[in-house]
Design a protein around this ligand. Structure first.
Ligand code: HPA
Ligand code: ZN
Length: 324
């Protein structure tokens, strides 16, 4: 047996639950909810899963959400992800959901939470995958709107472990969201944010210094600035890197050029994640397989990535230690 085939428990730390909506499920939910989509069949929709940058992906990602109408829709999507992730070796998942993306199209918070929450609550028993949920705020919308949604989530007792920041990055710096993160911190919530996916290395520094994030989603553009890299190494800031996503959105030209293993060997605390697996060509295990195939990832590198993922999770110590 190839030693790199040895199953190791992984935590998936960068996953948008709406990004797990496979084309087949999009079409099935469109039919169930009588939503008209501009695609004749699954193959036509699948052909649209081809992107030139982050925005071209976001346009389709938000458009496809039109099929998510009822709690059952959100539950079916979440369950499908957990089933697939478990089969690929994921034992813990920290999922982001985008409340504003549903609110703006008239789907209330309650519908989203009623669908997602019970499936997450039974995930460890049903799939062997423990979970935490993060509310991600859309950085291309106003901070005041995010603050209002955060207040409603807190008032509703929504079972969120923390907050994130996603959507179009360039031109929407961390400095626009200092009040949101201060409020979340005061609520005792965990803090993460996308930074350095398409945006500059300074956004990574600002996410740390102005928002106080405990983990950075993506962070690959940190490599443009040695001082930022040195700081991230010194502080062992977790970076949730998403190789297939970066290639699909052309942040990196080819998987053979992906820096994730070089980042690991430089001492950065990197993890591998799928981001939006339905859109970017695969789940966590597919990302790992691509790194083995195209970058010659060794068993030792794989084991370090697995350990980094468990250690960089927000799991309670008992389960974290059990998975290590
Ligand atoms: N980047 C920014 N926003 C997102 C992403 C991403 O990869 N996926 C879903 N929202
Ligand atoms: Zn992401």
């Amino acid at each position: 047996m190839n030693p790199t085939d040895t199953p190791l428990p992984f935590a998936e730390l960068h996953l948008h639950v709406e990004g797990t909506l496979e084309p087949e499920l999009v079409m099935a939910l469109a039919e169930r909810n009588a939503v008209t989509l501009p695609y004749d069949d699954v193959d036509a929709l699948r052909r649209a899963y081809s992107f030139t940058d982050l925005q071209s992906f976001l346009d389709l990602y938000y458009a496809n959400m039109a099929v998510l109408r009822t709690p059952e829709d959100f539950a079916d999507m979440t369950r499908a992800y957990l089933t697939r992730a478990a089969a690929g070796g994921v034992r813990h998942a920290e999922l982001m959901v985008d409340p504003q993306a549903h609110l703006v199209r008239g789907v209330p918070l309650e519908v989203v939470l009623e669908g997602v929450t019970p499936v997450l609550a039974t995930s460890e028993a049903e799939h062997g995958v423990s979970t935490l949920l993060f509310a991600a705020f859309l950085r291309d919308r106003p901070e005041d709107e995010a603050l209002e949604v955060l207040d409603r989530l807190v008032a509703a007792g929504a079972p969120i472990a923390g907050i994130g920041l996603d959507s179009a990055e360039v031109g929407h710096p961390p400095s626009d969201f200092t009040r949101l993160y201060a409020r979340a911190r005061a609520e005792g919530l965990r803090l993460i944010a996308h930074a350095g996916e398409e945006g500059p290395a300074s956004y990574v520094t600002d996410a740390l210094d102005l928002l106080g994030v405990q983990r950075v989603d993506h962070g690959i553009r940190s490599l443009d600035d040695d001082a930022v890299v040195e700081r991230l190494v010194a502080e062992q800031v977790p970076l949730t890197v998403c190789p297939l996503s970066n290639v699909a959105l052309r942040a990196v030209d080819r998987i053979e050029d992906h820096p994730v293993l070089a980042m690991l060997d430089r001492g950065l605390n990197v993890t591998v994640n799928s981001d939006d697996p339905a859109y970017f060509g695969g789940y966590l295990d597919d990302n790992l397989a691509a790194l083995e195939r195209s970058l010659g990832m060794t068993a030792d590198q794989r084991a370090r990535l697995a350990a980094n993922s468990i250690r960089s999770s927000f799991l309670p110590a008992a389960r974290r230690d059990a998975l290590l």
